[in-house]
Design a protein around this ligand. Structure first.
Ligand SMILES: [Zn+2]
Length: 92
């Protein structure tokens, strides 16, 4: 764990924290989500652990923009639906 890349600040989240907020680091999926959806999002991530592993591996190995973005975009799509059921439900 000396890569300088910390795990997402959300308890149990396997992703790398990429976005700093008030001294904590959050992954792409938790960064924009309402806190009420965090646990549900983590559960979705764990269901798609193979994609998470791709995303984490790409970041740890500095695989490049596209290698990182492809799996993260998939995870953002997967967790977006869950997030909508929480904080954004009334938005559309
Ligand atoms: Zn996370």
């Amino acid at each position: 764990m000396s890569t300088g890349q910390e795990t997402c600040a959300v308890l149990g989240c396997p992703m790398i924290g990429s976005f700093g907020v008030s001294g904590s680091w959050y992954c792409v999926c938790h960064f924009r989500a309402d806190a009420s959806a965090w646990n549900a999002i983590t559960a979705v991530l764990m269901q798609h652990r193979n994609i998470v592993d791709q995303a984490v591996h790409a970041r740890r190995t500095l695989a490049g923009y596209h290698a990182i973005k492809a799996p993260e975009d998939m995870l953002i799509d997967l967790t977006h639906e869950v997030g909508k059921q929480y904080g954004l439900e009334a938005a559309q």
